[in-house]
Design a protein around this ligand. Structure first.
Ligand SMILES: O=C(O)CCC(=O)C(=O)O
Ligand SMILES: [Fe+2]
Length: 280
């Protein structure tokens, strides 16, 4: 499998990027407009937050899905029995955000959203007409006025050696949303599955941006853009004693958007959150 690494500024970037998404579900961008200094500041600030007792004041809300998800209630990937070895915080502009962390997180949220909208337009422009005719509305319109787009700050704690056998930092899964934007994490571990079932490392040079297709876009494009299974494997050696931080932005349509004959975005999300065990 060849996940393409594409220079965002190149004249043929939209086409090469959309082809990589079509062929692998993933694409990597260099020279993109997201400031690396901002990403690094967010990683450092949130590592401190996860190490503090303050996080307990922000326990997640099952109805709203904002706030801090502890390792004890963290997701169990669809079809798996072990919980992932991770804790995370769900940020929405309308949700709870620790005041000291708010300015940077919201600046990132805005900038990442702007870029995500542009990349969605690239994806749309390179959708073959026979597929695009099934979109219930232009992809770029599906996200207009959406309050569902989610910034997740993830912390995978150092391993203790007492993890249940087979538990992974993130078990194989597909993302639920349209597109995911993920700045390279501070540590490696992200892998994507190819068509033969083999796992391949996602190119993860610090400073690059990984983008992947989510299940909602696979549904709306009838599989033309595949939502590929990916996972985060456990480190060994000295890296096992370090935390890994990552910062995916999950771009979501409004709830009322029709994805296919079977689903609206709202009905799809509800079904998936129940399967993950974070909504009842
Ligand atoms: O931490 C990562 O690199 C990937 C996280 C991920 O795939 C997810 O949260 O859906
Ligand atoms: Fe994911």
């Amino acid at each position: 499998m060849q996940v393409q690494v594409v220079d965002y500024r190149a004249p043929d970037a939209p086409e090469r990027f959309a082809r990589s998404l079509h062929e692998t579900g993933f694409g990597v961008l260099t020279q993109h407009p997201i400031q690396q200094a901002l990403v690094e500041r967010i990683y450092a600030e949130w590592l401190k937050f996860f190490d503090s007792a303050e996080k307990h004041d922000y326990a997640f809300s099952p109805e709203k899905q904002d706030g801090w998800f502890s390792t004890a209630i963290s997701e169990t990937a669809k079809g798996f029995s072990q919980k992932d070895i991770k804790e995370y915080y769900h940020l929405y502009p309308w949700g709870r955000i620790p005041p000291a962390l708010k300015a940077d997180a919201m600046q990132y949220y805005r900038e990442a959203n702007t870029l995500a909208a542009e990349l969605l337009a690239w994806v749309e422009a390179h959708t073959p007409a026979e597929i695009a005719q099934h979109y219930s509305q232009p992809l770029s319109r599906m996200i207009e006025g959406s309050d569902k787009t989610l910034l997740r700050v993830l912390r995978y704690p150092p391993l203790t050696g007492t993890e249940p056998p087979g538990a992974l930092r993130a078990a194989p899964h597909g993302d639920i949303n349209l597109l995911t934007l993920l700045p390279a994490a501070n540590e490696p571990g992200l892998q994507v599955q190819d068509k033969t079932g083999a796992w391949c490392d996602v190119p993860c040079d610090f400073g690059t941006l990984v983008i992947n297709i989510g299940d909602m876009l696979a549904e709306a494009s009838r599989g033309y853009y595949p939502s590929t299974q990916h996972r985060v494997v456990n480190p060994t050696g000295a890296a096992a004693r370090k935390s890994r931080v990552s910062l995916p932005l999950f771009l979501h349509p409004r709830d009322d958007v029709v994805l296919s004959e079977r689903y609206t975005a709202g009905s799809y999300l509800d079904e998936r959150l129940r399967e993950l065990g974070v909504k009842s």
